[in-house]
Design a binder for this molecule. Structure first.
Ligand code: GAR
Length: 193
């Protein structure tokens, strides 16, 4: 049984969808992967409440140790983590951690990479840029994590239309529908490879 750590700094809506999806799979197949750790860098993040409600341990990480210490590799290995999901985690992942989980770490990005990625491109900043550039479509990208921000091999993309009257908020909703529809199934498949 593969054990997953979800890294998230936000509300954790994707984490919740993934947890629920894997729990329902587990009822049919005991070998289905499980979310066994939530990793977070913000004490006030909603995802920590989700972890507590689901009896999943959480690890609150510190900047100094993440970037200049061991990047929590020992803690993740000690917890028998096989696979890492970045779901709204905004710190750049240190190279040592990426190497320790080579092709065992994926990220979801709320746009169609390679456009609208990179430092500072998250949440509504992404949707604002898409609307300002009058793009006709946007969507989601699920990709392996490598040493460059929002750059690793693309695994899956799904698209939605951008209307003339879309605001960053309405576009965010459309993109979130895609995330919740596709991310949990992708995770369950990729974590077992
Ligand atoms: C998601 O929309 C995800 O794509 C985005 O953060 C949100 C987290 O939402 N990630 C990025 O922007 C990464 N650059 P959630 O906390 O509700 O799952």
């Amino acid at each position: 049984m593969k054990q997953i750590a979800i890294f998230s700094s936000g509300t954790g809506s994707n984490a919740k969808k993934i947890i629920d999806h894997l729990l329902s799979l587990k009822k049919k197949n005991n070998a289905a992967p499980v979310v066994s750790l939530i990793v977070c860098n913000k004490p006030e993040a909603g995802v920590l409440k989700i972890a507590a409600e689901n009896n999943i341990p959480s690890l609150l990480i510190e900047k100094e140790k993440f970037f200049r210490g061991n990047a929590y590799i020992e803690e993740l290995k000690a917890a028998d983590i096989d696979f890492i999901i970045l779901a709204g985690f905004l710190w750049k992942v240190p190279v040592a951690l990426i190497k320790a989980f080579h092709r065992k770490m994926i990220n979801i990005h709320p746009a169609l990479l390679p456009k609208y990625g990179g430092k500072g491109m998250y949440g509504n900043f992404v949707h604002e840029a898409v609307i300002t550039n009058k793009e006709k479509e946007s969507g989601i990208t699920i990709h392996y994590v490598d040493e460059v921000y929002d750059h690793g091999q693309i695994i899956l993309q799904a698209t939605c239309l951008v209307s003339d009257d879309d605001t960053p908020e309405t576009l965010a909703k459309k993109v979130q529908v895609l995330e919740h529809r596709h991310f949990p199934a992708a995770v369950s498949l990729l974590a077992t490879l």
